[in-house]
Design a protein. Structure first.
Length: 341
């Protein structure tokens, strides 16, 4: 089930006695937890029947003793364990402690009137544990996996659309490039942006640049365009700007963007049917003309050379095979010169 499907069931009061929400992407885990915390119980019921604990400050004995209580003047009690990855779980070995047996027994036979939520973030729960297998039978397990880079722009478009607004594909792609794969950060920036516009307005690059603080002329997109057009003057302008503003344009982000772009150009070269390009590359059809132009200006051998250069300079930026105190700005200037010449 997706987070949206879980929330839909919660709205319909289709409840499970145990929810294990785990995975490397915290955004969806927080979505489900926030909905439960705000909506499962009425304000009157929350005083006696809603408990929020944190993994580093709690233990399973305390949590399950609370879970075994019956609700007061309510059909349910809600216990949320945030940061459950910090809990110390009892070992499940032969001759394990009584605590392990106590914990296992509860998850095999949870109290139906208690909704116990374990928010286990930034990692996947060990699926070999007996507890995991018990919860699969008695409750619901949701795994929140990180989103892939090529899915970010479509995710932003969908998120904006769900809010009742519209965003241009290139604006969504720009946000994806600059904000990275942190969905919580992206959602916060989108929410702030939506406060300043009406639903009749389509969010374009200019609005993104104005509201999120991205330079209009000096950004990764403009650098990609200048490299594709083999425009040394524009490349130097942008690279110099990046060198003078390293915090706004970190080397690791620029390298990741260029590597992702030229990897797609390489794929484009090998496509037999160019009509499938958008689907194969995982990009909006609006951008296919850019890859077509790049493939014309950079033949297959040159693209292989560019990808090799990007790997070499990525290592240099991390201190591998680097000589002396070379700054990221100097490395980027050297890299871009070698790419376009």
């Amino acid at each position: 089930m997706t987070a949206a499907e879980i929330i839909k069931d919660l709205k319909a009061r289709k409840l499970k006695p145990v929810y294990l929400l785990h995975g490397e992407e915290p955004f969806y885990i927080d979505q489900v937890v926030d909905y439960l915390e705000a909506n499962l119980l009425t304000d009157m019921e929350k005083g006696f029947n809603q408990t929020v604990l944190y993994g580093k400050d709690a233990d399973m004995a305390t949590i399950l003793n609370a879970a075994k209580r019956y609700p007061m003047m309510s059909d349910y009690q809600l216990i949320i364990v945030k940061e459950a990855q910090d809990l110390k779980w009892a070992k499940e070995t032969e001759g394990a402690s009584k605590e392990a047996g106590f914990v296992q027994h509860y998850f095999e036979n949870p109290l139906p009137s208690t909704i116990l939520v374990l928010a286990y973030k930034y990692a996947n729960f060990d699926k070999r544990k007996k507890i995991y297998k018990a919860i699969t039978k008695s409750g619901l397990i949701f795994q929140s996996d990180p989103i892939r880079d090529y899915q970010l722009a479509p995710w932003i478009e969908d998120f904006v659309r769900e809010k009742g607004y519209k965003i241009a594909p290139q604006a969504a792609a720009l946000m994806a490039e600059y904000l990275g794969a942190d969905l919580s950060k992206i959602a916060n920036e989108v929410e702030k942006l939506l406060l300043n516009i009406s639903k009749e307005v389509t969010i374009d690059i200019a609005l993104v640049q104005k509201n999120i603080g991205i330079s209009k002329e000096y950004n990764v997109f403009e650098l990609q365009k200048a490299i594709v057009m083999r425009d040394p003057f524009k490349c130097n302008q942008i690279v110099n700007y990046f060198a003078n503003n390293p915090k706004a344009n970190p080397m690791i982000m620029v390298m990741a963007s260029l590597n992702g772009y030229f990897s797609k150009v390489l794929k484009y070269h090998y496509l037999v049917n160019k009509h499938d390009a958008a689907k194969v590359l995982g990009v909006n059809p609006y951008f296919i003309k850019d890859y077509e132009m790049a493939s014309r200006n950079y033949n297959l051998n040159k693209v292989f050379q560019v990808v090799s250069l990007l790997r070499e300079y990525d290592l240099k930026s991390k201190g591998v095979e680097s000589t002396g105190n070379v700054t990221d700005g100097e490395l980027l200037k050297e890299l871009v010169f070698k790419i376009i010449h």
